[in-house]
Design a protein around this ligand. Structure first.
Ligand code: PRP
Ligand code: ADE
Length: 177
């Protein structure tokens, strides 16, 4: 008889040192997504705190947040809305700049993708400095939507993202650190 598979979500995530540059310990979720059991576990666990909550849209952050967010939206039977890097969305957008380690980046959302009062769940693979998620929250708020939660597979708490989002009044949920 084969022994029961006791692997947790964290066990499927691969670590690659010095990517994309020296000193960065990169958390590679492609190995999680590629495994049927791991991917299902991650999606099911991301949803679990929001059972019974009214959610109108799942908002995913490019690019890895699309993979998780699409699956979460499907499971909740709600629509999916992408937040993309500047210049990728074809329709009318609103834009939000945010700080990177060096310089600045811009993310965008279609200006008709959410409506006032929509209850939104933001999904991404990883929370580091929180800059990306904070910009995403701002875009949702500027369209009048209410961000009811921010769900991540990985939280790197030493980088301050959780503190930043909680300081903005948002609940953060993560599966592992
Ligand atoms: C990564 C990750 C998050 C973000 C977290 O995406 O998927 O979206 O960084 O970092 P932060 O909390 O410091 O903002 P990245 O910008 O590398 O884009 P990608 O998913 O398109 O590769
Ligand atoms: N995005 C920001 N920091 C990261 C890390 N350490 N691994 C993967 N994605 C990241």
């Amino acid at each position: 008889k084969r022994s029961r598979d006791t692997r947790e979500v964290r066990d499927y995530i691969r670590t690659i040192v010095d990517f994309p540059k020296e000193g960065i310990i990169f958390r590679d979720v492609t190995t999680l997504f590629a495994d049927a059991r791991g991917f299902r576990m991650a999606v099911d666990q991301l949803l679990s705190p929001y059972a019974g909550e009214a959610i109108d849209k799942v908002v995913g952050l490019e690019a890895r947040g699309f993979i998780l967010g699409g699956a979460v939206a499907h499971q909740l039977s709600v629509g999916f809305v992408p937040i993309r890097k500047k210049g990728k969305l074809p329709g009318a957008v609103i834009s939000q700049a945010y700080a990177l380690e060096y310089g600045e980046a811009v993310v965008e959302i279609h200006d008709d993708a959410l409506k006032a009062g929509d209850r939104v769940l933001i999904v991404d693979d990883l929370l580091a400095t929180g800059g990306t998620a904070a910009a995403g929250i701002s875009l949702c708020a500027r369209l009048g939507a209410e961000v009811i939660g921010c769900a991540f597979v990985i939280d790197l708490p030493e980088l301050g993202g959780r503190k930043l989002l909680e300081g903005m009044g948002h609940e953060v949920y993560a599966l592992t650190s």
